[in-house]
Design a protein around this ligand. Structure first.
Ligand code: HEM
Ligand SMILES: *[C@@H]1O[C@H](CO)[C@@H](O)[C@H](O)[C@H]1NC(C)=O
Ligand SMILES: *[C@@H]1O[C@H](CO)[C@@H](O)[C@H](O)[C@H]1NC(C)=O
Ligand SMILES: *[C@@H]1O[C@H](CO)[C@@H](O)[C@H](O)[C@H]1NC(C)=O
Ligand SMILES: *[C@@H]1O[C@H](CO)[C@@H](O)[C@H](O)[C@H]1NC(C)=O
Ligand SMILES: *[C@@H]1O[C@H](CO)[C@@H](O)[C@H](O)[C@H]1NC(C)=O
Ligand SMILES: *[C@@H]1O[C@H](CO)[C@@H](O)[C@H](O)[C@H]1NC(C)=O
Ligand SMILES: *[C@@H]1O[C@H](CO)[C@@H](O)[C@H](O)[C@H]1NC(C)=O
Ligand SMILES: *[C@@H]1O[C@H](CO)[C@@H](O)[C@H](O)[C@H]1NC(C)=O
Ligand SMILES: *[C@@H]1O[C@H](CO)[C@@H](O)[C@H](O)[C@H]1NC(C)=O
Length: 328
């Protein structure tokens, strides 16, 4: 008991204090506008700097949204994805090149601006959660979901943990469900959050097996739309091409909309992990539900809020980094 509470005081406090009342502890101790008194302009500064970058580079929303996901799935949303490797440690961001994260400079810029106004007040984990929201929201000119704040920053980032916690694009429904369940997320969250693939790109080598060697017999994935496969083959010419990228939503690659689900229903989901959502009756039903009206945009709010509460450090745990790339 003593050992558990020494090592995981938050988890224990969370279970005891919030589980019964709230039916879960995701984001249980995060708050709306946590910095209202300590740094009133914090959220405005994050928004302004994010918008400045996104206005110049439309690929950034996808980078920042994915970075927030990777942060939350490894040790919880505590900014470990932002830490650089050091002499004695290979950090998450250097796990394997094919994780291809980007956009760190945006977070660094926001942090520098915040340190001028409110030194050592706003955590890097909160900056990332807010910047992901604000970058995606830029095209709508209004915030697309609420972000609770009050996260603190972790001090550990291990490449090995990224490899074991980030779901692979080769996962099937069972392994995806297990991965999300291990973070307290449901099948509905899995489907809604996969809708983030309505923006951004994928590298050929992560799905080329579906085009050229699905079962090791030089074959194609039968669940992949054959017209679409033919098109992909003109772009991804070999199994090992790790430089060419294609949009995950070929209809509106930069627009945060429900077209991921339209495409998925036409068997044009890019990764096996996308296609897997059609292989289970429950998740396939949710995929079809997302085609109706604005069900995706509305449903996404709840799921990303849950994701943003995974394993957060609050109170006196962790620290407020001065620079997001290294611990204090
Ligand atoms: C369900 C399990 C998931 C798997 C297996 C998965 C896998 C991948 C892979 C392999 C890529 C392509 C990376 C590249 O080639 O550079 C990608 C891109 C992306 N993912 Fe996921 N992902 C998952 C869930 C999520 C979630 C939950 C989010 C956010 C809420 C997300 C957001 C993104 C975004 C925005 C991109 C585009 C990145 C870019 O344009 O550079 N993904 N994902
Ligand atoms: C954010 O940008 C708006 C519009 O450009 C500007 O009026 C405002 O002063 C900026 N806020 C901060 C805190 O920099
Ligand atoms: C790496 O070394 C630094 C000091 O050089 C130390 O503060 C840090 O805890 C070490 N990290 C790991 C993961 O051992
Ligand atoms: C791409 O593949 C080449 C050759 O296999 C390898 O040397 C390189 O490190 C890979 N790059 C990435 C980003 O995975
Ligand atoms: C936009 O940002 C991405 C990710 O940081 C980067 O790879 C790309 O070069 C940038 N594009 C431009 C035009 O600056
Ligand atoms: C990275 O590449 C390796 C080897 O190509 C592959 O086994 C692994 O599944 C890939 N990981 C991700 C997250 O794409
Ligand atoms: C899903 O993948 C896991 C791990 O590779 C495997 O053990 C399992 O049999 C697969 N399930 C299905 C239904 O294919
Ligand atoms: C296809 O996969 C099989 C079995 O893994 C392998 O022996 C073969 O070399 C692969 N073909 C190509 C073109 O890589
Ligand atoms: C394949 O994709 C096209 C759109 O490119 C669509 O019209 C067609 O219905 C899809 N086929 C299947 C089997 O989903
Ligand atoms: C982290 O690494 C990046 C790129 O290698 C570099 O630009 C940045 O300054 C580093 N940050 C810190 C705090 O060392």
């Amino acid at each position: 008991m003593a050992m558990i509470s020494d090592r995981h005081p938050l988890i224990l406090g969370c279970v005891l204090g919030f589980l019964v009342l709230l039916g879960g502890c995701h984001g249980g101790s995060l708050r709306k506008n946590f910095y209202r008194k300590s740094c009133p302009l914090a959220e405005e500064i994050v928004r302004n700097v994010t918008q400045r970058h996104v206005a110049r580079n439309a690929s950034l929303p996808a980078k920042l949204l994915r970075m927030h996901f990777h942060d939350c799935f490894v040790r919880g949303c505590e900014g470990s994805v932002l830490l650089n490797s050091t002499k004695n440690n290979t950090a998450e961001k250097d796990a394997i090149p094919n994780l291809s994260l980007a956009g760190f400079n945006v977070i660094d810029d926001i942090k520098a601006e915040l340190e001028k106004k409110c030194p050592s007040v706003v955590s890097c984990a909160d900056i990332l959660a807010l910047a992901a929201r604000d970058s995606v929201s830029f095209q709508f000119e209004k915030p697309m979901w609420n972000v609770l704040t009050g996260r603190r920053d972790g001090t550990v980032s291990l490449a090995s943990e990224a490899l074991t916690n980030i779901p692979s694009p080769h996962f099937n429904f069972t392994t995806l469900q297990r991965s999300f369940a291990s973070k307290g997320l449901s099948v509905r969250d899995l489907v809604l959050l996969s809708g983030a693939h309505t923006i951004g790109i994928g590298h050929c080598n992560l799905f080329s097996n579906r085009l050229y060697n699905f079962t090791g017999k030089g074959d194609q994935d039968p669940s992949l739309n054959s017209t679409y496969a033919a098109l992909l083959k003109t772009q991804c010419k070999t199994l090992t091409d790790n430089t060419t990228v294609v949009p995950m939503d070929p209809i509106t690659p930069l627009r945060f909309d429900k077209n991921y689900f339209v495409v998925l229903n036409q068997h044009r989901g890019l990764f096996e992990s996308d296609a897997a959502l059609l292989t289970n009756p429950t998740s396939a039903g949710i995929v079809r539900e997302m085609l109706i009206g604005d069900k995706f945009l509305r449903g996404f709010r709840a799921s990303i809020k849950r994701m943003g509460g995974i394993g957060v450090l609050t109170g006196n745990s962790g620290e407020i980094r001065k620079v997001c790339g290294k611990i204090n």
